[in-house]
Design a protein around this ligand. Sequence first.
Ligand code: FES
Ligand SMILES: [Fe+2]
Length: 365
Amino acid sequence: MQQLQTSPEPTPDSRHLEVRTCGINKNHWYVAARSTEVVDQPFGFTLWQEEFVLYRDTNNQVHALENRCPHRQVKLSSGQVVGDLIECSYHGWQFDALGTCAHVPYLAENQRRPSCKIRSLPVREQDGFVWVFPGDPAVLERDKIQPLAIPEWDHLNYIVTVSIIDFEGHYSYLIENLMDMYHGHLHDDYQAWASAKLEGLEATDQRVDAHYEAQSYYKIDKIWSISQLFFPALRKLHPEPLDVSYLYPNWSATLGNDFKIMCLFCPTNETHTKAYLIHFTSLNAFWRLHKLPVKFRRFVKDSLFGAAQKLLDGLVVQDVLMMEQEQQAYLADPQRRNLELNRTIVAVQKLIKQQAIASSPDLKN
Ligand code: FES
Ligand SMILES: [Fe+2]
């Protein structure tokens, strides 16, 4: 058996931090929306207690601004997009992509346009999602930080399903849920694996990788075997490696060669988290399919989008119930300690604390 490896115990600086109230390290890209959610209307979202609005201009570029009209502080997400500007619904002031007031509809001849400016965030649209960088732009420039790549999103060999996780709880409960494969007990019919056993663990100040051996229910090796997604009776247990990674602030997992799952985090505040869960079913085993025209393969991929929706949504409902109960129990008695047997959870909590400290060095004191 592979030796379990973990990095040293938390430093005295991070140990006193309470993981359930830890903030996020803003010097990362965070998912804000699916591309399809940002069309011709403003899209409001909250990232760690700050409200922002996305809008798409006439060149198809997405912009992110503080969700606040500087005139009366109402939400710009209640307004509309006018050409390359976003317009407040109250008095019609308009703002450009940099957050500068570009137009006031009732300005008198002797009045100057207010020189107000609201905050704008760097935005990237990549692999079907809109990402924002809420941290220090100088750090972004210096470290060339990139959003998490999701090459399977457009790759013709993968069928995609997306589910939204939106729950009343700190983001640490979600990442612990995703990293602890022993919770398969919860999922019954929805479960893709059984009998997980932790075989290896590695942790740095950027990521945690846990390697489990599990029994997988699915084997996608014949074209008909995709029907296993719909009919539990067709599934047969067989051993597969189950690798899960906390790539701060997101999560990625593979089960054998057939499945990949990712979770993109948009933590809202200390007691609310939103995330996108993406499930990829691989068609890599079907070499005959790969010889067909790209147009047809694109048609197959698009037609099967959402094939695992029932499965994924079912998993989310079960997980959310548990995570919200964990949050409620914490709020009722923050001093009560959990009993933890999975070393992965210790490593995950340590990383959350390290990243919170990296974001706010004052926490050390
Ligand atoms: S409050 Fe926005 S234009 Fe007046
Ligand atoms: Fe789960």
